[in-house]
Ligand binder design. Structure first.
Ligand SMILES: CC(C)(COP(=O)(O)OP(=O)(O)OC[C@H]1O[C@@H](n2cnc3c(N)ncnc32)[C@H](O)[C@@H]1OP(=O)(O)O)[C@@H](O)C(=O)NCCC(=O)NCCS
Length: 253
């Protein structure tokens, strides 16, 4: 996947180095530094550029990801017996804020948003939207899911084969719609999409051990408890809580 990086070097480089460094845009700045900016197709190419910078004897000051193309979390809209799952959009910020700001919901989540505009700006971050799936029942948004496809851990010689083979899921329902099996139905559809359409071979999910409704959902959809970390995560109450990790392999594995 092509991403745009900005490489900042100490000192001023001559123009002809831009081609040597992989046709990046070169700019000499007034503060005495040089930036090289441009698309880098993959991590191997980025490492190649950095190796050439080192060979030049130039000092690398910063490396920054300027733009990462966001791809939608789903390759198509998913329909189940009662629900529709579609990629989240900026227009879903207010509907998700309505339940994510509630104490009972936020108690289990990383963020407890208290200001709509701040929440909107986090929710509409392209990386966040690229991992957000919303769940609708008869056209009403009833919850949202996280689907983050990632590289599985691999040794370097075989890293190519581990790219985008794993996914992490997360879930939140509006409390007005819990207790009816909607999360189970939505997560089952998402698991099937991961395994049949996205080429994912393993799906993981994590929650506080105290969040019984969440890990019971993991067990309902067939995930198995693979890890239990003791007092590893700090809750905003000030308590260090246990977390559990669940996973499921594709039926073909
Ligand atoms: C985690 C969360 C999504 C689970 O919601 P949920 O309502 O328990 O899950 P489901 O929608 O699958 O519903 C299951 C419940 O409905 C019942 N149910 C009714 N009809 C059902 C059906 N057709 N199929 C399955 N279950 C059904 C089940 O018996 C179960 O109830 P029970 O827990 O009393 O046994 C929800 O509690 C939530 O949003 N919590 C706050 C945010 C959060 O904690 N997110 C996870 C962070 S890690």
């Amino acid at each position: 996947m092509t991403a745009t990086y900005e490489i900042r070097l100490a000192g001023h480089l001559d123009d002809h180095w831009a081609a040597t460094l992989g046709d990046l845009d070169l700019a000499r700045l007034d503060d005495g530094t040089t930036t090289l900016t441009g698309p880098v197709v993959d991590q191997a190419r980025l490492h190649g550029v950095l190796a050439r910078v080192r060979d030049l004897g130039a000092s690398l000051l910063t490396l920054r990801l300027v733009e990462s193309p966001a791809r939608p979390p789903l390759t198509r809209t998913l329909r189940t017996e009662r629900l529709t799952l579609r990629p989240g959009t900026a227009a879903d910020a207010e509907a998700t804020w309505a339940y994510r700001r509630l104490d009972t919901v936020a108690a289990w989540l990383t963020e407890h948003p208290t200001d709509l505009e701040a929440y909107r700006s986090t929710f509409t971050d392209p990386e966040r939207l690229a991992a957000t799936v919303v769940v609708e029942r008869d056209g009403t948004l009833v919850g949202d899911l996280m689907l983050r496809v990632e590289d599985a851990w691999a040794q370097s010689e075989v890293a190519d084969r581990a790219r985008r083979r794993q996914a992490e899921l997360g879930w939140v329902l509006d409390p007005a719609y819990t207790g009816r099996g909607y999360a189970t139905e939505a997560v089952r559809a998402l698991l099937a999409h991961c395994f049949t359409d996205l080429g994912v071979r393993r799906v993981v999910a994590t929650c506080f051990l105290a969040n019984t409704t969440s890990w019971r959902l993991m067990e309902r959809v067939g995930m198995r408890r693979e890890g239990h970390a003791v007092a590893d995560s700090l809750h905003r109450s000030g308590q260090w809580l246990d977390t559990v990790t669940y996973a499921l392999l594709a039926p073909s594995e």
